[in-house]
Design a protein around this ligand. Structure first.
Ligand code: CP
Ligand code: NVA
Length: 318
């Protein structure tokens, strides 16, 4: 048995990671510091979750989230079991509280990708083990942490920097607003009328933003919103579960495509961001996706490192 001591893992202020809401700026700094160290020094962390097991419940498709949670557990000495729920929605065969009460007897943590945000909350309330939101209709917290970690890597600090989010006021947008507010970054959300972010999340974030100096603006014009931006972010116009609205949304979001012309209105060295999967020719052009400004695959890589830090913080023995 190795006598080498395990690296120190900071404690999170919450049992679960359902949303950014319970985290303060200092907690996010802790996640970023641990992420950076794990990325630099992978071998030091290979026993941190020795023998721990993660259940992965997915109601929706995934490439990045599924791979990075599974590989992340392996990197930390643990393992993951994937449960496909795409053909029977969570709770239809067995109640969500009962699923939680079963899983907690076998595994040390759950990552869930669900349609209804309430369902990750139900899992968390009924399980003694940590539950991580791998995307719900309302939030995509692991994504936004990887997004801002990538900016933190590129710029050193994100405080006072402006991210212009162009497109649907969706789950990704909500989590980006929450992280920006906590880190003192500014965010312009450029979105058509009727597709604005959830007002409760916006109001909660505005309160946090007043403390950190972050400015959150909602604009209808993408041309206006990207002026002075250090990064331009977009996501799909129709999220998973909104397949029936694809045509209607394509018409509504027609003027919100991130192309070279729009990128030209941001700062000259502005970065392009996307959570992926991207629909080239819809919300973003191939020219922008493949341009030197694009950091989309850096973000995808960082999903792994950020989630390793989160899992270590949430699942580690105390
Ligand atoms: N960005 C993201 O969550 O990707 P997947 O849907 O492939 O997991
Ligand atoms: N908003 C998108 C993000 C995909 C990673 C969706 O929910 O489908």
């Amino acid at each position: 048995m190795s006598t080498q001591s395990l690296p120190k893992i900071p404690r999170p202020p919450t049992k679960d990671m359902l949303a950014i809401t319970p985290l303060g700026g200092g907690d996010i700094d802790n996640v970023f510091a641990l992420t950076a160290d794990m990325k630099r020094n992978k071998a030091a962390y290979r026993r941190v979750l020795d023998g721990k097991r993660l259940a992965m419940l997915f109601e929706k498709e995934s490439l990045r989230t599924r791979f990075t949670f599974d590989l992340g557990m392996q990197d930390l000495g643990g393992s993951a079991v994937f449960l496909e729920h795409r053909h029977a929605r969570l709770g239809s065969r067995e109640s969500i509280p009962d699923i939680a009460r079963n899983l907690e007897r076998w595994v040390d943590g759950i990552v869930a990708r669900v349609y209804k945000h309430r369902h990750v909350e139900d899992l968390a309330q009924n399980a003694k083990i940590p539950v991580i939101n791998g995307l719900s209709d309302l939030m995509h917290p692991c994504q936004a942490l990887a997004d801002f970690f990538t900016l933190h890597e590129k710029w050193g600090s994100v405080k006072g920097r402006l991210v212009a989010y162009v497109g649907d006021g969706n789950n990704t947008c909500h989590s980006l607003i929450q992280v920006a507010a906590r880190l003192g970054a500014h965010i312009n959300v450029c979105t058509p009328e009727g597709y604005e972010p959830n007002s409760r999340i916006l109001n909660e974030s505005m309160v946090v933003a007043r403390e950190t100096g972050s400015e959150i603006r909602i604009l209808e014009s993408a041309d206006e919103g990207v002026v002075g931006a250090d990064a331009v972010y977009t996501d799909v116009w129709a999220s998973m579960g909104q397949e029936g609205e694809i045509e209607e949304r394509a018409a509504v979001f027609h003027d919100y495509q991130v192309d070279e012309d729009l990128m030209g209105k941001a700062k000259t060295d502005a970065l392009f961001m996307h959570c992926l999967p991207a629909h080239r020719g819809s919300e973003v052009t191939t020219a922008v996706m493949d341009s030197p400004a694009s950091v989309v695959f850096d973000i995808a890589e960082n999903r792994l490192h950020v989630q390793k830090a989160l899992m270590a913080m949430l699942l580690c023995e105390r």
